[in-house]
Design a protein around this ligand. Structure first.
Ligand SMILES: Nc1ncnc2c1ncn2[C@@H]1O[C@H](COP(=O)(O)OP(=O)(O)OP(=O)(O)O)[C@@H](O)[C@H]1O
Length: 351
């Protein structure tokens, strides 16, 4: 893994036009993914994960738009590239995308090899023979007999279809694969196998992976670095080991406590009450305020800036006005933590 940034997202805001007004789905988000890195983006449903990645690929729904910020890929700003440029230069051969529910995205009427050849024809200079040879290699990487590239999707189980999609994503040797909940709809054993294949790809092929998921345990297990999102804001970003062991943001702290940990088998699991807000208009406050045990008046008055978690750390950032208090309390243990908004100086939950 290198420290060179492959993808840089700076101060990105994405909004959707709705009947109620402009809905802010991503607000002032910043993070970077390095070459060869396995980067996880975690957060609850509706927190803006898919919007974030669709804006990177310029594939937002027609009512969505990037209203502020910069997306840089290999140093080049890509947020304003035309469809044609994105198709010719970026999609599939630089950045491949595994969508949610992707195993249903294979065309049921075409052999999988035909779909690979079509993809190569659109996005690369490979001829048919070269494309098929290459695609066979990808099948081997994802653990499917290469002869089966000529099968139709219905001849594959759900897990095999998902692996075939991963093979397609790898096929044109992209530097970055963005996978949106790649194991949704698979059983737990198959999920585990798919994640093992993805781990293997990171090790063997060296591709960077950006994994979007609501499952923080998967991120803790597999990723190098991570971003935690809440209500369209990046709450915390940094090395997985840091956020797992020393979360500084209240949301990462509570998320971490909501998942079982084999190091503490007898620990009670916490529940995070409420849900992220649907934000109409600019986000001018911390979107975690109504669910946060540490919130104070300040948290409603402005969005917290994403700042270094500690002065001497250049790899760990957190957006919380109360991050120092949270860290101090986390160091002391969780036993005397009060319910949301019950701490001294904090606000009544106005819901
Ligand atoms: N096309 C759209 N028009 C209006 N609002 C949208 C649109 N797409 C998403 N949203 C809203 O934007 C917010 C973020 O949604 P998004 O799908 O990005 O979240 P997510 O974290 O990926 O959720 P999930 O895990 O359920 O996919 C939500 O409030 C959602 O309702």
């Amino acid at each position: 893994m290198s420290d060179d940034p492959l993808l840089e997202v700076e101060n990105l805001t994405v909004q959707y036009k709705t009947k109620e007004g402009m809905l802010t789905a991503v607000s002032d988000a910043s993070f970077a993914v390095s070459e060869g890195e396995y980067f996880g983006v975690v957060g609850e449903s509706g927190c803006g994960k898919s919007t974030l990645l669709l804006s990177i690929l310029n594939a937002l729904d027609s009512n969505g738009q990037v209203t502020n910020g910069v997306i840089r890929y290999k140093g080049e700003e890509i947020q304003d590239l035309s469809e044609q440029e994105l198709n010719q230069r970026i999609r599939w051969k630089e950045i491949a995308y595994i969508p949610q529910g992707s195993m249903n995205s294979l065309d049921p009427l075409e052999r999988i090899s035909t779909q690979a050849v079509q993809l190569a024809g659109l996005h690369s200079d490979l001829n048919e023979e070269e494309a098929l040879t290459k695609f066979e290699e990808m099948f081997e990487i994802v653990g499917i007999d290469p002869e089966r590239i000529h099968d139709y999707p219905h001849q594959f189980s759900g897990g095999m279809k998902q692996r075939a999609i991963i093979a397609l994503a790898l096929f044109l040797e992209p530097s970055l694969i963005i996978a949106d909940e790649p194991t949704t709809a698979l059983d737990v054993i198959m999920q585990d196998q798919i994640f093992k294949h993805i781990d293997d790809i990171v090790d063997r092929v060296g591709t960077s992976i950006m994994l979007i998921t609501h499952d923080i345990a998967v991120v803790f297990e597999s990723c190098d670095r991570m971003a935690v999102m809440h209500g369209g804001q990046i709450a915390e970003v940094g090395p997985v080991t840091r956020i797992d062991n020393e979360p500084h943001h209240p949301y990462s702290t509570l998320l971490q406590e909501a998942f079982p940990d084999i190091r503490e088998p007898n620990r009670d699991l916490s529940v995070i009450e409420g849900k992220p807000p649907r934000q109409i208009g600019e986000t001018d406050y911390c979107t975690f305020v109504d669910r946060c045990p540490w919130a104070t008046e300040e948290c409603r008055e402005a969005p917290p800036p994403l700042e270094r978690a500690e002065a001497d750390r250049s790899d760990h950032f957190v957006s919380c006005f109360r991050k120092d208090d949270v860290r101090e309390e986390n160091e002391q243990g969780t036993d005397d933590r009060k319910a949301p908004n019950q701490k001294s100086g904090s606000l009544a939950n106005d819901e």
